[in-house]
Every structure is written in structure tokens, then in C-alpha cells.
Design a protein around this ligand. Structure first.
Ligand code: ADP
Ligand code: MG
Length: 680
């Protein structure tokens, strides 16, 4: 067992006793009654009046008060979508956009994709009739490319503004500008109870509309001592809560799909072993790539006598509200992007979450009754080790994508763009440099023809460059597949615990000389030859859903080829051409083997091949990687063997022959690093 100590209480504004958690009958109450019971409902008229009277309104309200699902409906009912005008509501997360749109369609009694729809990258569930559009912030950003004044929208609601994602931050600047010359456009900025004063100031002191929340007190518990293995501690604590605490569902915050799947598996495993000794525990995951039928399950009422535990990413922090949560279990971590503009290296790391984040999480336990939050860290750690708030994404990510987009919108002077928080100067500079190296900008910083094409493709600049280069190397068929597979990359293979050896053998069978990109190509090609069969996936330990998604992405990219003037062609087995096209996009991400292991070519950073890579044991002299992931070390994920001479061929303006010479060629060690077996 894990010992928790009660330390503090998150104050609520309702009586601690409060009403009991909703029974199943209440949960089945008519959908309209539920709508009327939400905290935003009593403010409907007042809110609509404020929107009518002000062009920009900041809306602040506790999570679950009905901002996302109700306000667009009120606007619809009020006639804001007359004459075919649309309402956009942005979400930082794909899952949230999908799930919320589905909910609203149900509330309005329409089919999803008709009046209400969603639009996320590579997936458009809207039609001519769609007037309420839930979309990711990135998709609205791309709308500016085809409609720079958003002329077909009457209202833009930037939701979850407190998340401060890169795309949301850029939207602020663009929308503020559009609002100036479109006085009839309504702008709503909706946020949890954080940061609203900043938004108001940014939008020339726009008024803040506060929706009073309904919050019950939440008792906060901390562990007595730090927990070394938080996943194990999580599983133990969930069972502990299940066995010792009165009814009420549990929400657990983990950092990503792999962790969530592992935790769910462990929980199910232990419940099975305990059998009828404990009451039924429903274990439900929720993360970005979860298929939508599985997503819907978390919202279904818990059967009487059972308890539900939802194991979620940050998505459940503010974007989604699950009824009936009384207990929150918070290990205190999240996955965060960080970027080093000096080296140009971006990495995704599991880091402690902020205090603001921890308190949002705790708040999720007090929505329907007084709740409890168990933090898997000490009170001391909370006080001394957590940052107050999360740094906005714009300050810890690479900006290539966004800079390319802004340039395509004709915004040249990026240094003076109206940022809520400006990005670091070096990051902006490096983005410009990289786009120049990729040929997207000329030496005056102006968009080139090739840059314009790159902006057309809804992928990172390096990936678009790779796709454009496939024209020259006549291998667009293969490159499309590689691009699609890379976009689902970490979830292609699965490795069930009881069949580890079989699964690993199946994976090794796909290995081709040259590296991981070709392995991905090989998997896809064989799957296509099987007639896109699910049985084939099952037999080869390949995730069918990931493959299906790759196929969707591939089709969409193929549909865009014509616009960027790339013809369909195949390399006919000449993989050197495929590898060169990949190099033309990723020449930035190169590493060479030195006497002390792999070093990135330009910055001389120490990096390692990920043990899952097909090249882990080969240790080629020159390689490129798709991404870096920092776990115990800086691992390169998806690596491809290249020849240094190709770098001169694809990026002569970036590499000089001299820096590609290999002075130590004779004294190379046979093998560097540990073998797969040593790593376990
Ligand atoms: P906010 O945006 O203010 O956080 P929402 O509009 O997302 O609030 O949620 C309002 C209420 O709608 C929530 O309390 C939740 O109970 C309900 N709700 C939202 N999505 C779903 C869903 N998919 N299934 C059932 N109920 C939902
Ligand atoms: Mg919301």
C-alpha cells in the first residue's frame, strides 16, 4: 500500500456535503434537462447581450460549465448562422474537437457532419451544411490560407485559450488583426479560470464575462515519501481507492498512450487475479489516437455497483469533462515539448507538471460532490519543485511551420508580429534560417515558389520538402507512403506481453537494409498487397488502426500532389532514390558515428540510436533521424542510413565538403553502445 497524508483542501463554493453523486436514472435524464442544469445556462441571455454589445469578449468559466458545448449552440439559436455564415470553435486537441462535436450534434438532434461537424488534420467531418464547426486551432490557422479575412465566419470562438498552444497564440494575433477590418465579426476567447486578464489586455481591454462555477471542496492528499516508480504506484493507489473508498469514479492522469496502455493492462491484470474479491472496476483509457468508439465509452454511465477508472492524458484536465468523478489520482507529470534554439533540437520529455496544472487536475474531483485528490508526490515537492504555470508552447517549440504559414499569409515582419508572448528571438531566427536552407525562403526572406508549395501541404516543412523532392527522384508513390507512416509512426507495431518473442520476430522480418523509413515502407506495401487486411495485421503484430489511419493520410496527401505539381511515380525498387528524397527534406537531422558515438553533424550533440531501430546493431557511419526523443538519453527515432555525398547533392548551400570528411575512418571502433540484449 501507499501511505497518503491529507494536507490541504481546494476550497469549493458549495456545501461539502452537497447532493449525492448522480444516480444512473439522473444521468439518463433528458438531454435538454442536462443542458438547462449547466452553470452557463442561467447566464444565457446576459451572455448573448454581452456578445451583441462587444466585438471581442473574454469568457471565463470553470471547466465543465458548458462553454464549449453550449455557447456555440446559443449563438446558433440566436441566428448567428443565418445566410450561411459559420461559427468556428477551436480546440487545442483533436480528441476534444471530435468528442465535443459529437456531443453537440447529439444535443441538437442532428447527424454529426451535417449542421455540426469537426475538422482536424487529415480528417474532415463537415459538409456544405455545417454551420457549427469544431476544429483544432491548427485547422483554423490553415483556413487563413484560403480565406484570409475569415469572411464566411460570423463568430470565432478561441476555446481553451489558457492552454496557450502555439497555434492558439498565433490565432490571437491574426484574429485581432481581422477583427479590426471586419467590425461585424464576433470574437470569443474562452478559458478556464486562468490568465483571463492577460487576454483582455491583449484584445484592447475587452470585457471579461465570468460564469460562476459549481465547485465542491476537494481534499488533497500527498504521499509521505517520493515514489520511485509512479506507474506502479498509480496502479496500487487505484486499487487502494477502489477497495477503501465510498462509491465514485476515479480519474488518473498519465502522460501518453504507451503509459496509459501499460497502466490499463496492469490494472486489468490485477483485477482479474483478485476476481470476485473486489467489486467490478471498469478500466477505460483516453488519449489522442484512441478510436472514436472507444472514446465514447468513457462518457457512458457506470453500471450500478461498479466503479469506473478513466486513465487519461492532459486532455481530461480541461478539455473533456467526465461526469461522476470523485477521485483524482495525479502522479504530477506531463509530456512536454522543449526546444533548444542553439542546437535546433526539439524533444519531447516527461516533466513535472505545473502547480496550475495540478490544481486543475484536483478540481476535476469536485464537480458533482466533495471529492479527493491523491497526489503521488510529497507536499514539499509541490511547494518547491513545481513551476507556477506552464511556459507557453511558443517559447519551447520550433517555429518553422508557423513562420512558413505567416510568410504565406504575406506577413513579412515577424519580429513585430503581435504576439501575446513573443517567442525567443533565436528561435525565430533559426526558423528563418532553416526555411532558407530548405529553399522555402530566398535570401531576402521572401517566400519562394517552392516555399508556397510547401505551405500547401499540411505537414512540417521538412516533410513537405521531402514530398516535393520525390518529384526529382521519381519516387512519389514511395515517399507518400513513408510520409503517411511517419505521421502515425510510434504506434505501428504492438508487442503483447505474453508474445514478446513472436512480436519482435515479426518486426525484424520487416527489416530492410537502409533503415527504418524503408521498414515502414515495407510494412505498408505488404499490407496493401494483402488487400489492406486486418487479419494480416493481426498475424504480423501490426496495429490495424494505425495502418488504416496511414492509408487515410496517404490518400489525402496524394490528393494534394497535383496542387504542388508533383507527379505520381515509383522508384521500382531503387531505394537509393527514396533515401535521397528523404535526405532532401531531413538534411538538418543528420548524425555521424565518431569515436565517442553518434554526434549530430552541425552541432556536435551526442545522440543515440533508439534500441527499437532496425539500425541499432548496424551502426552506420552516416545517418539521418526523423525525431529526437529524450528519455534516459537523447534517442534518435526512425533512422535512415545515408551517404555523406548525398548531403552535398541535396543541400550544397548548407553543407561544405570539408565538414563531411571523416578523419577517423581507419580507427573506427567495431561497435559502439550496448547491444539490444544488454539493454533488455
Ligand atoms: P466547458 O467547455 O465549460 O468545460 P463543456 O461544454 O465541455 O464545458 O461541458 C459541459 C457538460 O457537458 C459537461 O459537464 C459534461 O457533463 C457534458 N458533456 C460534454 N461532452 C459530453 C459527452 N461526450 N458525453 C456526455 N456528456 C458530455
Ligand atoms: Mg471546454
Amino acid at each position: 500500500t501507499i501511505e497518503f497524508v491529507r494536507a490541504t483542501q481546494l476550497q469549493g463554493d458549495e456545501e461539502p456535503s452537497g447532493p449525492p453523486p448522480p444516480t444512473q436514472a439522473q444521468q439518463k435524464e433528458s438531454i435538454q434537462a442536462v443542458r438547462r442544469s449547466l452553470p452557463v445556462f442561467p447566464f444565457r441571455e446576459e451572455l448573448l447581450a454581452a456578445i451583441a454589445n462587444h466585438q471581442v469578449l473574454i469568457i471565463e468559466g470553470e471547466t465543465g460549465s458548458g462553454k464549449t458545448t453550449q455557447i456555440p449552440q446559443y449563438l446558433f439559436e440566436e441566428g448567428y448562422t443565418k445566410k450561411g455564415m459559420k461559427i468556428a470553435c477551436t480546440q487545442p486537441r483533436r480528441v476534444a474537437a471530435m468528442s465535443v462535436a459529437a456531443r453537440v450534434a447529439r444535443e441538437m438532434g442532428v447527424k454529426l457532419g451535417n449542421e455540426v461537424g469537426y475538422s482536424i488534420r487529415f480528417e474532415d467531418c463537415t459538409s456544405e451544411r455545417t454551420v457549427l464547426r469544431y476544429m483544432t486551432d491548427g485547422m483554423l490557422l490553415r483556413e487563413f490560407l484560403s480565406e484570409p479575412d475569415l469572411a464566411s465566419y460570423s463568430v470565432v470562438m478561441v476555446d481553451e485559450a489558457h492552454e496557450r498552444t502555439l497555434h492558439t497564440d498565433i490565432l490571437f494575433g491574426l484574429i485581432k488583426d481581422v477583427a479590426r477590418f471586419r467590425p461585424e465579426l464576433k470574437v470569443l476567447v474562452a478559458s478556464a479560470t486562468l490568465d483571463t486578464a492577460r487576454f483582455s489586455t491583449f484584445f484592447d481591454d475587452a470585457p471579461v464575462f465570468r460564469i460562476p462555477g459549481r465547485r465542491f471542496p476537494v481534499d488533497i492528499f500527498y504521499t509521505k515519501a517520493p515514489e520511485a516508480d509512479y506507474l506502479e504506484a498509480c496502479v496500487v493507489s487505484v486499487l487502494q481507492i477502489h477497495v477503501t473508498q465510498p462509491p465514485g469514479d476515479i480519474l488518473v492522469f498519465l502522460t501518453g498512450q504507451e503509459e496509459i496502455e501499460a497502466a490499463c493492462e496492469m490494472l486489468q491484470d490485477r483485477c482479474r487475479r483478485l476476481g470476485s474479491k473486489i467489486r467490478e472496476l471498469l478500466v477505460l483509457p483516453i488519449y489522442a489516437n484512441l478510436p472514436s468508439d472507444m472514446q465514447a465509452r468513457i462518457f457512458q454511465p457506470t453500471p450500478p455497483g461498479a466503479r469506473k477508472v478513466v486513465v487519461a492524458t492532459n486532455i481530461a484536465e480541461t478539455s473533456l469533462t467526465i461526469e461522476g468523478i470523485i477521485y483524482v489520482l495525479d502522479p504530477g507529470f506531463c509530456k512536454q515539448k522543449s526546444y533548444n534554439p542553439r542546437t535546433g533540437m526539439e524533444s519531447l520529455t516527461v516533466t513535472p507538471c505545473s502547480k496550475a496544472s495540478a490544481n486543475q487536475r484536483a478540481g476535476r474531483a469536485g464537480r458533482v460532490a466533495a471529492g479527493k485528490c491523491f497526489r503521488l508526490y510529497t507536499a514539499w515537492a509541490y511547494q518547491h519543485e513545481l513551476e507556477e504555470t506552464t511556459v507557453p508552447e511558443i517559447q519551447r517549440t520550433s517555429l518553422g511551420n508557423v513562420v512558413l504559414l505567416l510568410k504565406s499569409l504575406g506577413i513579412h515582419d515577424l519580429m513585430h508580429f503581435d504576439f501575446l508572448d513573443p517567442p525567443p528571438y533565436e528561435t525565430l531566427l533559426l526558423a528563418l534560417e532553416q526555411l532558407y536552407a530548405l529553399g522555402a525562403l530566398n535570401h531576402l526572406g521572401e517566400l519562394t515558389t517552392s516555399g508556397r508549395k510547401m505551405a500547401e501541404l499540411p505537414v512540417d516543412p521538412m516533410l513537405s520538402k521531402m514530398i516535393l523532392a520525390s518529384e526529382k527522384y521519381s519516387c512519389s508513390e514511395e515517399i507518400l507512403t513513408v510520409a503517411a507512416m511517419l505521421s502515425v509512426n510510434n504506434s505501428i507495431f504492438y508487442r503483447p506481453k505474453d508474445k514478446v518473442v513472436h512480436a519482435d520476430n515479426a518486426r525484424v522480418n520487416f527489416f530492410l537494409p537502409g533503415g527504418d523509413h524503408l521498414v515502414l515502407l515495407n510494412v505498408y506495401t505488404q499490407w496493401a498487397e494483402s488487400g489492406y487486411s486486418s487479419q494480416w495485421c493481426y498475424e504480423n503484430f501490426v496495429q490495424f488502426r494505425s495502418m488504416r489511419r496511414a492509408r487515410d493520410v496517404r490518400e489525402q496527401l496524394e490528393g494534394l500532389l497535383e496542387r504542388v505539381e508533383v507527379g505520381l511515380s515509383s522508384c521500382q525498387g531503387d531505394y537509393i532514390r527514396v533515401r535521397k528524397a528523404i535526405t532532401a527534406g531531413y538534411f538538418y537531422h543528420t548524425a555521424r558515428l565518431t569515436r565517442s558515438g553518434y554526434r549530430t553533424v552541425k552541432q556536435q550533440q551526442t545522440v543515440f540510436i533508439h534500441p527499437n531501430s532496425s539500425l541499432f546493431e548496424e551502426q552506420p557511419r552516416w545517418l539521418l533521424y526523423h525525431e529526437l526523443v529524450l528519455t534516459t538519453k537523447e534517442f534518435m527515432r526512425q533512422v535512415l542510413e545515408i551517404e555523406s555525398s548525398w548531403l552535398l547533392e541535396v543541400a550544397p548551400h548548407y553543407y561544405k565538403a570539408k565538414e563531411l570528411e571523416d578523419p577517423h575512418s581507419k580507427k573506427m571502433p567495431k561497435k559502439i553502445g550496448k547491444t539490444r540484449e544488454e539493454l533488455g
